[in-house]
Design a protein around this ligand. Structure first.
Ligand SMILES: Cc1cc2nc3c(=O)[nH]c(=O)nc-3n(C[C@H](O)[C@H](O)[C@H](O)COP(=O)(O)OP(=O)(O)OC[C@H]3O[C@@H](n4cnc5c(N)ncnc54)[C@H](O)[C@@H]3O)c2cc1C
Length: 640
């Protein structure tokens, strides 16, 4: 009987992903046995009371008036954004004493507030019904899930702790006055605030809906800075604003010319200004063929570091940043924008009355309601804050929108959630370059040289049935893909071995199929199997002949017949939208008649037109900070 009780407990513990730590008085949930531990008082008491083995510890303890939990320290696991989050929770008989995060792989900066706040909130409120942290929702939920597992292990029912006990004070309303209100604390918003203050404006307030600086600017890789002192320090002295202008216009094809001309001249000075203001930019980023000269740089420690420095600069210069304060509407008076209504972290309504408002709320890729048919063919892989409400608020105030059908789209996305992708670009490119893997469409045909640039692969993907390609691999090719995907240092590019295996088994979304029989693998993926078989035979013949007579691919390796076949989807994906409000070179937002809406300015990704149809590498962040800096200066000019 004792053995059975312990075994059942261990099974349940294993199922819940929990373990009992040294010093814990219960080895696992659902058992009242404490054999093998030296602090067994509570357990011995339970045993002595003769609790039935089928009764959870909490039930027996509660029934005997001994409290809700079986005291001890337990470990539990929950699913975070980037993988498992492990916590350790210490219970007394009546309370959750301590919650500690033992292990996690969440992104620094983005998850910090959740890691700090959720354990504290659970202990303070003695409840699992604590508010999740905006922008770190998955991390928050992962911690709560892990603590729930520990609650179960301690013999209590997590559902009983789902009652909201947090402060439920009545929401209030208040009014605030400021000179300039900046909405959004990304690259555009923080540069706008800093430059406005440095240009002589007082009373600058930034409101940011998230608990931390976690907009798109926090995850960008690099930024362009052509004609900067930094570029020249690398010996690149031939670059000119005219060349930057020409490159940008060529890349975007339909860009708003006057904005691009302004930007091309200010790109370099803006990079230098960031450095002067303490942003650590000293290294070159990748050299992209779209740029005539190498003009891409990176922030040391990642672009999130830039936001931290800028935020400190804004505060040191006398500005204010109200975090967890979400603008919900613009205030207007006789057609002019006079501020914004916002909701703070406690649910209170704040009416910010301002002389001028700068909209810097980023893109709209995370808002499926705002995605046109053209954009809906692709999966989003950007940040959760890109929900576009700033653009909608401006539209409500009369703003004309443009380029709303465009995003910076890439191929090689893998759908990991509804409408949401992770990025397989590196793994797929590595695999097609070093093995015989080919890309085919639903008809089982190759459609291009697999080793072309991303834009070519994206354009080809767009044209196929269901806007989809498939990577077809033999065992050797899959081993390369699989290892690269598992080992990726980037959370958005990582696909663990466990995930890959689960997807092959699930046979659903994302499409991952395998079989010894290529026709079967193809059928399961929704591809014409016989056609694929013929395509593979043709590919192997071309490899034998030493020439890809269809598409001219130079890396020729045969696909091995007779072993396992692996097929995975390659979908379109985007993180960055190119549409938004229309502005003039004074950064004033324009209405349908092309007239400025008094009081309303905009900068960054919420503006349409600067990039045209296709943004250039490293130019989104450059546009954000350059337009932010210029908008701040422009608005300061009219309020000081
Ligand atoms: C994964 C990824 C990689 C990228 N890599 C690159 C790159 O390498 N190079 C490059 O040039 N570009 C890159 N980009 C694009 C680039 O980062 C963005 O276009 C740019 O940073 C946008 O800056 P922003 O300030 O306009 O918007 P954001 O940085 O998104 O800031 C907007 C802020 O506004 C806040 N906000 C939104 N709505 C409200 C509201 N209602 N009230 C209050 N606050 C609000 C948001 O929370 C956010 O903090 C990348 C984007 C992503 C997602």
């Amino acid at each position: 009987m004792e053995f059975r009780k312990r075994w059942m407990g261990l099974l349940l513990a294993a199922a819940l992903g929990i373990s009992c730590l040294a010093g814990c008085s219960q080895p696992a949930a659902g058992t009242t046995d404490a054999a093998g531990t030296n602090e067994s008082t509570a357990a011995v008491a339970n045993d002595a009371a003769g609790a039935d083995e089928s009764t959870a510890a909490a039930t027996s303890a509660a029934a005997e008036g001994e409290g809700m939990f079986t005291p001890g320290t337990y470990e539990g696991e929950g699913k975070g954004n980037n993988g498992p989050i492990k916590v350790s929770v210490t219970f007394t008989a009546d309370s959750i004493e301590k919650v500690e995060i033992v292990e996690h792989g969440e992104s620094a900066g983005i998850s910090d507030a959740a890691i700090e706040r959720i354990p504290q909130a659970i202990v303070e409120n003695q409840s699992l019904a604590v508010d999740t942290v905006s922008a770190a929702t998955n991390s928050s939920k992962g911690i709560i899930e892990a603590v729930s597992a520990c609650v179960t292990a301690a013999g209590a029912d997590p559902q009983a702790l789902m009652q909201k006990t947090q402060d439920t004070k009545e929401a209030t309303e208040r009014d605030e006055n400021c000179g300039i209100l900046v909405i959004g604390a990304g690259g555009a918003g923080l540069t706008a605030a800093l430059s406005a203050i440095q240009s002589g404006a007082g009373d600058v307030v930034v409101i940011e809906k998230q608990a931390m600086f976690a907009g798109a600017s926090s995850v960008a890789g690099g930024l362009a800075g052509g004609c900067s002192k930094l570029q020249r320090s690398f010996g690149i002295t031939e670059d000119t604003p005219e060349q930057i202008f020409a490159d940008l216009m060529k890349g975007g094809q339909a860009n708003q010319e006057d904005l691009v001309r302004l930007w091309a001249g200010e790109m370099g000075p803006t990079l230098d200004w960031l450095i002067e203001n303490g942003v650590p930019i000293e290294s070159q980023f990748s050299n992209f063929p779209e740029h005539t000269y190498q003009r891409s740089f990176m922030v040391t420690g990642g672009s999130g570091e830039m936001l931290k420095v800028l935020a400190e600069d804004v505060k040191a210069a006398g500005g204010r940043i109200d975090m967890e304060t979400k603008a919900t509407a613009l205030l207007t008076e006789d057609g002019a924008v006079t501020g914004a209504v916002a909701e703070d972290a406690q649910g209170n309504t704040v009416r910010y009355h301002a002389e001028k408002v700068v909209l810097a709320t980023g893109g709209f890729g995370a808002n499926t309601d705002m995605l046109s048919e053209d954009l809906s063919v692709a999966l989003f892989y950007g940040v959760a804050s890109s929900t576009g409400e700033g653009i909608l608020m401006a539209q409500e105030a009369g703003a004309e929108l443009c380029f709303m059908d465009y995003a910076k789209m890439y191929p090689t996305g893998i759908q990991v959630e509804e409408n949401y992708a992770r990025v397989a670009t590196v793994h797929t490119a590595l695999t097609t370059q070093t093995s015989g893997a080919i890309l085919v469409n639903r008809e089982g045909e190759r459609v291009l040289n697999e080793n072309l640039d991303f834009v070519s692969i994206k354009n080809a993907t767009k044209e196929q049935t269901d806007h989809l390609l498939f990577l077809v691999m033999d065992q050797n090719a899959y081993d390369i893909w699989s290892q690269s995907a598992n080992d990726s240092p980037s959370p958005s590019g990582r696909f663990t071995f466990e995930e890959q295996e689960a997807w092959f088994e699930a046979d659903g979304v994302p499409i991952f199929t395998r079989s010894e029989d290529i026709v079967e693998a193809a059928k399961a993926a929704g591809i014409d199997g016989e056609a694929l078989k013929a395509t593979v035979a043709e590919w192997n013949q071309m490899v034998k002949d030493g020439k890809d007579s269809r598409f001219g691919r130079e890396e020729l390796t045969a696909l091995e017949e007779g072993g396992a076949w692996y097929i995975i989807e390659e979908k379109l994906r985007f993180a960055t939208t190119l549409g938004g409000v229309t502005i003039n070179t004074g950064f004033e937002v324009l209405n349908g008649e092309g007239n400025a809406i008094p009081g309303l300015y905009a900068a960054g990704e919420c503006v349409g037109g600067a990039h045209g149809y296709e943004s250039m590498p490293t130019c989104m962040l450059s546009w954000a900070v350059t337009s932010g800096k210029l908008a701040g200066a422009a608005v300061a000019e009219v309020v000081k």
